[in-house]
Design a protein around this ligand. Structure first.
Ligand SMILES: [Zn+2]
Length: 98
């Protein structure tokens, strides 16, 4: 159990570091004017950072869509449950007197 927490914490720290580095590098090199169009290390790093951020946005959107689908499904499941009438003596037409 403790190993899972440590692993999750390390993965979260790595993820936060990568995202922060990507955003900071992209902001710092936003005005990059490329002199050598081939084999430019800054342009290659900018492409990787852009790809990382795009993947994060896609993952966040996918997670949001999954949460919305789950909540809508729960809503419909609860509606179906409440549409069923309660079984009362009146609805069951139970004759209480002899
Ligand atoms: Zn460049």
């Amino acid at each position: 159990m403790k190993l899972k927490r440590i692993t999750a914490l390390v993965l979260c720290a790595v993820f936060c570091f990568v995202m922060a580095f990507s955003v900071a590098f992209t902001a710092a090199e936003s005005g990059h004017t490329c002199i050598q169009h081939e084999n430019c290390l800054i342009c290659a790093t900018l492409r990787v950072c852009s790809c990382v951020m795009e993947n994060f946005v896609f993952a966040a959107a996918s997670l949001a869509a999954a949460i919305i689908i789950f909540l809508v499904g729960e809503r419909f499941r609860n509606d179906g449950k409440y549409e069923k009438p309660c079984e009362t003596p009146v609805l069951l037409k139970v004759k209480l007197s002899f």
